[in-house]
Write a protein that binds this ligand. Structure first.
Ligand code: TPP
Ligand code: MG
Length: 573
């Protein structure tokens, strides 16, 4: 064996020590020769390797870990197909702005560009979907590259998101001279607080405190700013909408929550406050066609959440928590101009609708073939969820039902990339990060299939997750669209496969549930025996709000049919 054993002073050893110093407790990974030096040194440093069945799942897991813990998610994937498999996960983290470090390897330098095993232009492939992407060929530069990459992943001076580094395998085996192993690179960097400008705060207060019908909407950038957001809502008495990015931030029983009035309130507000939220397709791109003459107050510490699509009358370039606190402080005892009757009426209509939904969910009837209504499944699930449960929703129609029907403290879903298939990997990472909380994945059968093999990972790693598959034997939201738009169903039906049998083959507690009466005890048994899977046969006849809104058929000007129509009228076309 011509190669010396891997010491802590090799590049691989230094990478592992760096990760350890930065508090990384686990790496989501799939093995391969090119990365084995990092793998073995990480293990030697006591970092747990969560070995998965597809690199895409490794990145999804790192993404969920990063988002849920506020720390850094790390994925380790091998060269060539290892990286190309990982790319959907990287793209999803890019759109979600999730702090993920992806590490890979490549052919040793003497073999570069000679037709070596798994040789691909990795950096070229991932550049448009990463904040930073480099090949590090020189062992003595490994530390500073890691240091800069992690800063960029965490959004220091830019948008957070995925970063990518790879290393030729001989570089990983190379020695890093002790003198260049500067302690300063190992040390975590303080996260500087971006404070708002005083004049901007004063202008924000003037705008908000003179608004009659203000509306506050939060997103990714508001995570961690729950108390400050609550304080603003209480002080101003403004109604509030969340979006999937920050669901759970404000408890649903808070008097500002008007989620069920989303459509109406977006058209009625006179001042719209976005807190760390893009005005993307989920918010009609902020278009005047939907938001009328509303003026915007935008709060964010990254450009896209401050400036995309619509400028603010006031723009607070600052960390949302700091900006919100400064606004409340500055407002002092000033009396808001909010139209209380309007807020009250929105709130009571919201409560009425929410109550109606809860009742209809509890009593939703099975279809003529006895298949359970998805809402009935969700109601039974909700009954057994603890207040601090983590919920991951995934799928088409079923995602739509679950997003509206389940309340929880912490929530993740495929996000604005619409990246279905994230459910099981997200759930595994969440349950490893929070083993004492309930973690429940509510997924469509189609979405489940993408990463179904990760149930093996859940079993081997004893990840206490419950996966609930809503089995309607189809990519049902697409079936509905084909029926409505094209009058023919082709290539969108699956089979009512027995996912429970599949899970049991991997040693997981799993049951198939075919009647509503069996739901309650089956959910209780599954929660008590995690990791577990429930394969619940649900009705393909049920139609979700997303299914009805036109989202599936992709209108030209706006994502939803009603907004598309409004946009057309507004443009005069
Ligand atoms: C990776 C990916 N492929 C395809 C799609 C398009 N798509 C969106 S929803 C959906 C159907 C999902 O089916 P399922 O998970 O079974 O949920 P259901 O609609 O049946 O409740 C599809 C194919 C997507 N969003 N992402
Ligand atoms: Mg389905």
């Amino acid at each position: 064996m011509p190669y010396p054993s891997l010491t802590p002073d090799t590049a691989a050893g230094v990478i592992a020590r760096f990760l350890k110093a930065r508090g990384v407790e686990r790496i989501f990974a799939l093995c391969g020769g090119h990365i084995m030096p990092i793998w073995m040194r990480a293990d030697a440093e006591g970092i747990r390797i969560v070995d998965v069945r597809d690199e895409r799942a490794a990145v999804y897991m790192a993404h969920a870990h990063g988002e849920l813990t506020g720390g850094l998610g790390v994925a380790l994937v091998t060269a060539g197909p290892g990286l190309t498999n990982a790319m959907t996960g990287i793209a999803n983290a890019h759109i979600a702005r999730a702090p993920v470090l992806v590490l890979s390897g490549g052919p040793p330098r003497p073999q570069e560009n000679r037709g070596g095993l798994q040789d691909l232009p990795h950096v070229d492939l991932v550049r448009p979907i990463t904040r930073y992407a480099r090949t590090v060929r020189e062992p003595s530069l490994v530390l500073q590259e890691l240091d800069e990459a992690v800063s960029r992943a965490q959004g220091q001076g830019g948008e957070p998101g995925p970063v990518y580094l790879d290393f030729p395998t001989d570089t990983l085996r190379g020695e890093v001279p002790r003198p260049v192993q500067l302690e300063e690179h190992f040390r975590p960097k303080s996260r500087a607080l971006l404070r708002p400008d005083d004049d901007d705060v004063a202008a924000a207060v003037d705008l908000l405190w003179s608004a009659k019908r203000p509306l506050v909407i939060s997103g990714r950038g508001a995570r961690g700013a729950g108390p400050e957001l609550c304080a603003l809502l209480d002080r101003l008495g403004a109604p509030y909408l969340d979006t999937g990015e920050s669901k759970g931030l404000i408890p649903e029983d808070h008097g500002s929550v008007v989620a069920a009035m989303r459509g109406a309130i977006m058209g009625e507000a006179d001042v719209v406050v976005t807190v760390g939220r893009r005005l993307d397709f989920q918010l009609a791109y902020g278009s005047p066609a939907v938001f009328g003459g509303a003026r915007f107050l935008r709060i964010g510490d990254v450009a896209s959440e401050l400036r995309d699509n619509r400028r603010g009358t006031v723009e607070l370039f600052a960390q949302p928590a700091a900006a919100l606190a400064a606004i409340v402080r500055k407002a002092g005892n000033r009396a808001p101009a909010v139209d209380r009757a309007w807020v009250q009426s929105m709130r009571s209509k919201h409560e009425e609708r929410a109550q109606k939904l809860r009742t209809s969910m509890r009593t939703a009837a099975s279809d003529s073939a006895g298949r359970i209504h998805p809402n009935r499944l969700l109601a039974e699930l909700q009954n057994q969820l603890e207040p601090d449960a983590v919920v991951i929703a995934d799928g088409g129609d079923f995602l739509s039902f679950a997003r509206v029907g389940l309340s929880c403290a912490t929530y993740l879903d495929p996000g604005s990339l619409g990246c279905i298939g994230v459910g099981t990997p997200f759930g595994i990472a969440a349950s490893l990060a929070f083993p004492d909380r309930q973690v429940v994945v509510a997924t469509g059968d189609g979405a489940f299939g993408f990463n179904a093999m990760e149930i093996d990972t859940a079993v081997r790693h004893k990840a206490p997750v419950l996966v609930v598959v809503a089995n309607n034997g189809a990519w049902q939201i697409e079936v509905h669209d084909q029926n409505d738009t094209h009058g023919k169903v082709v290539g969108t039906r699956l089979q009512f496969a027995n996912h429970a049998a599949m899970a049991r083959a991997f040693g997981m507690h799993a049951e198939r549930v075919e009647s509503a009466e069996d739901l309650q005890p089956a959910i209780a048994r599954a929660l008590a025996n995690r990791p577990a899977l429930l394969d619940v046969v649900v009705s393909p006849e049920a139609r979700s709000s997303d299914g009805k809104s036109g989202l599936a058929w992709v209108p030209d000007l706006q994502p939803l049919a009603a907004w598309d129509e409004a946009e057309r009228k507004w443009r005069g076309s």
